[in-house]
Design a protein around this ligand. Structure first.
Ligand SMILES: [Zn+2]
Length: 407
């Protein structure tokens, strides 16, 4: 079993050790007799840092991942093999202290927060998750209100401000039972490591923690969402809370500048803009409807009826497909007609339509025309549409389609 130095001192950032075994594949790794590196476990993610050959300071490699094995060894995965390494040699380990401090802030914040939810609302924490950017706890509860979130956040920050001592204690399982732990681990191990936040929380945990709650800095609760067995609450603590607040402020400032508004007026401004967009969209739809109607009347007036129907063949520019489809529908509803319409710009396209009861097949005619233009499209017997790669040959193809109908 590896002797875990972090069990007794979370602020130990460098240490000496002896190599016990060397792994070469699939990834280079070392097992030492003792270590201050924390392996991923109990919701907390692993430390990083470096390991140096004690007799050759040039032989130094980065530790990229640290894991726990079932038989109690800590495995240090390395970025590359360590030069001249073999069992028995002395090495020096160095922990990335900024990363470790961040993890201590998050993990201790989690204990404070979990205890706050129990004290205030009797909501136990069932799991803890730490990622590189945020952390979350899952609460065993049927409901969770924004007010409860705020109250738990406030109590957690009060505990931070009171700067209570955080002690590491070791007890037997039996002793622990009498102490009233917030959470007792399911392991068979006889000795338990307890994290004691004075007069606030006592729980069994193998993680690295601050020495006083003040070192947590602050706790900021973020998103909450319903999950399968309760509610998940995301949070950030310490410097992460500051970095998150900074990012929020930048995003909000950028948004406020778009509205030329104060940041606190952004929700109101955004709501106003969305309402405006909605009403303009409605107005636009109505105008296009009226325009299509008028244009259809004008076009039909120009064209004489032949064989009981009017044949409208037109190439339009600066129109979108939806408008031309609307125009085709108006034309074929206002009079017994066939409309062969092309759009030359901005997106070249074809729309073919006929009044209900007419004998042709617009989808088939479109397919024939598309075959010549290299476009793609489809539709029904009465209405078909498709895009073409360019406006070249569009007028000729349209005339050809018209000829096919009269032939
Ligand atoms: Zn813990």
């Amino acid at each position: 079993m590896t002797d875990r130095l972090y069990y007794h001192d979370s602020f130990l950032y460098d240490f000496d050790a002896e190599v016990r075994s060397v792994v070469e594949s699939p990834r280079p790794a070392l097992i030492l007799d003792r270590t201050a590196f924390y392996p991923t476990s109990g919701g907390q993610i692993h430390d990083m840092g470096s390991i140096t050959h004690a007799e050759n300071s040039g032989a130094k490699v980065r530790v990229t991942e640290v894991i726990d094995t079932e038989d109690g060894h800590v495995v240090h995965y390395l970025e590359a093999p360590l030069k001249d390494v073999k069992p028995g040699i002395r090495v020096r380990g160095e922990i990335d202290s900024a990363r470790r401090r961040d993890h201590m802030q998050q993990h201790s914040a989690q204990h404070v927060l979990s205890a706050a939810f129990v004290r205030l609302f009797n909501m136990p924490t069932v799991s803890f998750h730490m990622a590189d950017d945020y952390c979350s706890i899952d609460l065993d509860t049927l409901s969770l209100t924004p007010n409860q979130i705020e109250s738990a956040e406030r109590l957690a920050n009060e505990i931070v401000l009171e700067n209570r001592p955080v002690d590491i204690r070791f007890t037997t399982r039996d002793e622990a039972a009498a102490l009233g732990l917030r959470k007792v681990p399911p392991t068979e191990r006889d000795q338990l490591r307890l994290i004691d936040i004075h007069d606030f929380d006592l729980t069994a945990c193998g993680g690295t923690h601050v020495e006083h709650t003040g070192q947590i800095g602050s706790v900021l609760l973020r998103k909450s969402e319903k999950v399968r067995h309760g509610y998940r609450v995301e949070f950030v603590a310490g410097l992460r809370a500051v970095a998150t607040a900074r990012r929020d402020f930048s995003a909000l400032t950028e948004t406020a500048a778009l509205f030329s508004a104060n940041i606190y007026d952004v929700p109101q401004q955004a709501r106003k803009s969305l309402d405006e967009i909605k009403s303009l969209r409605k107005q636009r739809e109505q105008s296009l409807e009226e325009l299509a109607d008028a244009q259809a009347i004008a076009l039909l007036a120009e064209i004489p009826e032949k064989n009981g129907r009017k044949l409208v063949v037109r190439t339009l520019s600066d129109r979108d497909l939806n408008f031309v489809k609307l125009l085709a529908q108006k034309l074929t509803r206002q009079a017994t007609s066939i409309a062969l319409l092309a759009i030359s710009s901005p997106q070249p396209a074809l729309v073919f339509a006929q009044s209900a009861g007419q004998p042709y097949d617009m989808a088939a005619l479109l397919k024939q025309t598309m075959a010549k233009l290299g476009g793609r499209g489809g539709g029904s017997k009465d209405l078909a549409q498709g895009g073409v790669p360019s406006s070249e040959g569009l007028a000729d193809a349209l005339a050809e389609a018209a000829n096919a109908l009269t032939a």
